[in-house]
Design a protein around this ligand. Sequence first.
Ligand code: HEM
Length: 147
Amino acid sequence: MKEFLIEHYLAIKALHVIAVIAWMSGMFYLPRLFVYHTETAPGAADYRRFVTMERKLLKIVMNPAMITAWILGLTMAWLMDYWPLHWFQAKLVLVAAMTGAHHAYAIWARDFARQRNTRTARFFRIWNEVPTVLMMGIVILVIVKPF
Ligand code: HEM
């Protein structure tokens, strides 16, 4: 089993990067949807349309992509025994933070769906930058492997 997976390591890595791109597309777009959502009145037709867009983005794209990225990433770490390496440990910290942001977004989308959002457009604009900064750190760590 392990030998078979090592033989296909590059294919696993390609699928990991594909899943990561799908996950990141949602992480960049969802807070932008929240910004527009704050500009609509609860119960209005455009408000409800944003609720649907946010729910579908999370359920159809972001959740499956995040789970796939985790499974394939941990599989590669297991195959290559990356656990003791510092670049990998640092990457895990940033990826855990990205996962935390994902969960916060899911809670905020649920608050909109229940017409209970109290957060401002400015709040979501600031949060819009968080996945960008995390993504830059993660990519540098995994490609440069500086330590
Ligand atoms: C979800 C948890 C994640 C885990 C456990 C994980 C783990 C890994 C591992 C072990 C590798 C192989 C490194 C190598 O062979 O040199 C890898 C590759 C890669 N990961 Fe992740 N990763 C995760 C999420 C992410 C995220 C969120 C991003 C980007 C935002 C990302 C970007 C990349 C890239 C670009 C590569 C290819 C690097 C190369 O060319 O060798 N990963 N990941």
